[in-house]
Write a protein that binds this ligand. Structure first.
Ligand code: HEC
Length: 113
């Protein structure tokens, strides 16, 4: 690889990272999706469609630019709480892991929808 090709490669990788909306760490999609599946979140949430809970895209839009978004959402999926489904209070699910890195990755994934 000559110098020019190397430069172009580095520039395009940097550009891809900068435009992906997450400058800090690449989101591990596979792990986020596995955690959602294992925690049965998909029973009530879809990325695009409204099920019992709202779509992750909508949640991402609502929390966009909010400084406390991550802290609030982490709390929401790790501490038992109740939500309303068809007018009835039901227990909201929590993620089936205590691994902070995986939870963090999941919230980054949701916010990047
Ligand atoms: C019983 C159905 C159900 C399950 C299971 C469920 N959710 Fe929810 N979730 C809801 C409802 C209902 C709300 C309240 C707001 C809404 O979506 O209408 C909500 C809210 C949320 C919110 C916050 C939205 C906000 O505006 O504050 C997040 C994030 C979320 N869910 C993620 C998850 C994750 C991650 C899981 C798996 C651990 C999960 N949910 C499991 C039904 C569910």
């Amino acid at each position: 690889m000559n110098k020019k090709t190397t430069f172009l490669l580095i520039t395009s990788v940097a550009l891809a990272l900068a435009t992906s909306g997450n400058l800090y760490a690449a989101v591990d999609d596979a792990d986020a999706e596995k955690l959602l599946k294992d925690s049965k979140c998909l029973k009530c949430h879809d990325v695009e469609k409204t099920k019992k809970g709202k779509p992750y895209k909508k949640i991402a839009a609502e929390y966009k630019g909010k400084a406390t978004a991550k802290a609030e959402l982490i709390k929401h999926v790790t501490e038992p709480n109740q939500v309303e489904v068809e007018g009835e209070k039901v227990d909201h699910g929590t993620v089936k892991t205590r691994d902070a890195e995986r939870i963090n990755n999941l919230i980054d994934w949701i916010l990047a929808r």
